[in-house]
Ligand binder design. Structure first.
Ligand code: ZN
Length: 392
């Protein structure tokens, strides 16, 4: 069996099916067919549309370990005019495959699925436990929300996130929260501004005060960061009207152990003082988002995705590391600088999680996104050798 070619073919087939968040159905069909062709023991499409394939070990002794590979199957959208290559053409040129999702992260998802198929065949399923792969939906909108259902179904002991790590081993990430601050004023004709209370002016003063809040710091994950990302007022446009509403959004990077209250409390303190001084209404909350999946199911969550970190000496992490060494790789052990589905598996559920994936994170979301064929091969090998180590 030429597994390397199978991996290239599956990567291209996945890229050729546009799968923007909430519209992943066609790519899911490709993955489902791959599971079928490779004789997976379980094939499940869950309520949100994530596509899970599982193989079952034949041995009943041993550690009965359940491993889950998670790769999101959705992508961000493209501005086709800016692409030199057709974004869904999966054109191979000079050792690279071009297309939306090549690096983020259909190449990784394919490598994981092919590695599991290869392991099933070469081990003749003579191992104890189960191995799952999930092409998870909606990651680009909600990191770690669709995986809630994937982890309920598969109940894993160990999760491998395939987001780009340049073939290094990731053992943590900062999480993220979106915080909404709202000020309420009183509208008036702009010819008589003194008769109203300008919600934008209130907000501009409040923003200065929030700037003085110092977010927490943790040695391994760095700074918690609190940064203003947008501001909007109503009515908009506000011709000849004093705005009576203003909303500002903040992005906050979360460290390990932070909760909604620990994140909001310092802002609440500033706001309470401000309200007392000004006698106005101000609110703060975590942003809420709701979308519809291609299955028709509603997916909703507050935008609070926890951070996580593990010790590099954890036994499963050591084994995974050894598997990568056996693949001829020399991985650095570090943290992801961005938020991933690990927010759910590790951050919310406390399941041992690592990240290992092909390609460079800065190719994600770019025009002419690509993945190097060599990276695909190395990732496939890496995943396969991780399985060899943990099911030894
Ligand atoms: Zn991604």
């Amino acid at each position: 069996m030429n597994w390397s070619k199978k991996n290239i073919d599956l990567t291209k087939d996945l890229i050729s099916k546009q799968s923007y968040s909430g519209r992943e159905k066609d790519a899911v069909e490709v993955l489902k067919q791959f599971y079928k062709d490779c004789g997976f023991d379980e094939i499940i499409v869950d309520k949100y549309g994530s596509c899970i394939g599982g193989i079952h070990g034949k041995r009943s002794d041993g550690n009965n370990l359940i491993t889950l590979f998670d790769g999101h199957i959705d992508t961000v959208e493209v501005d086709e005019k800016k692409w030199t290559y057709p974004p869904f053409g999966a054109v191979e040129d000079n050792g690279k495959i071009y297309g939306r999702g090549a690096s983020d992260m259909k190449g990784a998802l394919s490598s994981m699925a092919v590695a599991v198929a290869k392991f099933a065949e070469e081990s003749k399923k003579d191992f104890s436990g189960k191995i799952y792969v999930s092409g998870s939906v909606f990651e680009e909108i909600f990191e770690g929300v669709a995986p809630r259902s994937v982890s309920d179904i598969t109940n894993p002991d160990f999760v491998i996130i395939g987001e780009a790590s340049e073939l290094n081993l990731k053992i943590g990430q900062r999480g993220r929260a979106e915080i909404v601050v709202e000020t309420y004023g009183t509208s008036a004709h702009s010819a008589n501004p003194e008769k109203g209370i300008n919600a934008v002016l209130l907000m501009s003063e409040l923003i200065q005060r929030i700037e003085n809040i110092k977010p927490p710091y943790q040695e391994k994950l760095g700074e918690g960061i609190l940064v203003l990302t947008d501001i909007i007022s109503k009515p908009y446009p506000g011709s000849s009207v004093i705005p009576d509403y203003c909303r500002a959004t903040y992005d906050r990077r979360l460290l390990v152990g932070e909760t909604v209250d620990s994140v909001l409390d310092p802002i609440r303190e500033v706001i309470n003082k401000f309200k007392e001084e000004k006698g106005v209404e101000v609110k703060v909350s975590i942003a809420e988002e709701e979308k519809i999946c291609y299955t028709g199911e509603k997916i909703a969550s507050s935008r609070f995705f926890p951070g996580w970190i593990y010790d590099k000496d954890e036994p499963l992490i050591r084994k995974a590391y050894n598997g990568l060494l056996n693949s001829g790789l020399d991985p650095e052990i570090t943290n992801y600088s961005f938020c991933t589905n690990g927010s759910h598996y590790a951050g919310e559920k406390g399941i041992m999680t690592i990240g290992f994936g092909p390609s460079h994170e800065n190719i994600a979301h770019t025009d002419d996104e690509y993945i190097e064929v060599e990276q695909l091969d190395k990732a496939l090998n890496g995943y396969f050798n991780i399985l060899n180590e943990i099911y030894k």
